[in-house]
Design a protein around this ligand. Sequence first.
Ligand code: UD1
Length: 418
Amino acid sequence: MDKFMIEGGRKLFGKVEVQSAKNAVLPLLAASVLTDEQVKIRGVPAISDVENMLKILSELGCKIKRTKDCAIIDGKNAVSHEIPARLTKELRSSVFMLGSVLSRFQKAKISYPGGCDIGLRPIDLHLSGLKRLGVQIVEENGYIICVAENLTGADILLDFPSVGATENIILAAVKAKGVTVIRNAAKEPEIVDLQNFLNAMGAKVAGAGSSTIVIEGVKKLHGVEYTPIGDRIEAGTFLIAAAVCGGEIEVEGISSENIAALLHKLRENGCKIHIKNDKIYLGSDGNLKSVDLVETTPFPGFPTDLQAQYSTLCCTASGTTLVVENLFETRFKFAAELKRMGADISVRDRTAVIRGVKKLHGACVTAGDLRGGAALVIAALGAEGESSVYDLSYVDRGYADFEYKLRKIGANIKRIHI
Ligand code: UD1
């Protein structure tokens, strides 16, 4: 178990290049079993969620070549339709394998997926969507067993615009017979990226980014070389860090439209923001004013994956902020750790009331999930004195070279193996 030692109080200056989006790369990796030709994905971040997804593909029989930047998946000899339970427990996105494995083998077996403990995270919408495509599903001893002799297009209305359910249904429908329409689909940029990737493989998917997605089934998909979009959550994490610590940073490799909701709040907090092509410049003197309310909602609203980091910013902004988490039930676990650093936060159910204090102070804190872990790192960077952030296995799931990138812009942070 590693920890970060962080000496807070330094301003941040310089450039950060964002990695390819974790939440884009994972469904693309799942999609790679849809073809028996070679798939090359560039800019694949070295994070544990990605490495676990590659292990799943390898256990299905795919040949994997991994360089620092690229993943090459050759699915010619993929034979297994069973997604190994050991790895399914490690990451939530293993559930995307259902759609693509079903499409490839007409059957799939998976255990209930794991991932960060941020709420109930059911998969009922995934399963009911797959049923509409003709999949027969039996749940047995913690396993979900799916059989689909004839995947057939259908009109599917999602009760909620779930990102994962939208992606899973797209993956199952690309080679189904006929046309599938997903209504009330999720509109996240990573879904547009999945559409572009699949279309580059010969699929016929249209409408991603809007709430209606139309998929015309094709017989075969071919190999592809592809570079996924930049990580809006990583970009947002660095922007928030610079806003809290003060300084001037430029984040490169991200479309500002993909984090417009955060940029809007940061401007209200008093940060200077300029945008040029795929670069976002942020200047902050560290003296932020609070906004009244932040509510997480599906895209294009404020992302739940930036709620913890932004809550940290609210801790030292002048005034009171109400933060409402609408997506996940238990996504305020980091608040107890921030209190150890002097934050004034009251949480009730899905709402936090955060009263700004002048400064946080260093403390020993422990990450409880990926984005909560990033929030603690930001808090420690802005705090007076030294902090230890324990249990880095969470941040390692989503941020490649986190401490290296932070050091490059002036942070005093080191990783200690304990
Ligand atoms: C994805 C992202 C995650 C992000 C989330 C919301 C990936 C790998 N993960 O997760 O980082 O926090 O989108 O933007 O892309 N729900 C159901 N039934 C279902 C599915 C979801 O009730 O079958 C509910 C969930 O409990 C949650 C809400 O829908 O309350 C949103 O979940 P969803 O959009 O599916 O998130 P994920 O795909 O798990």
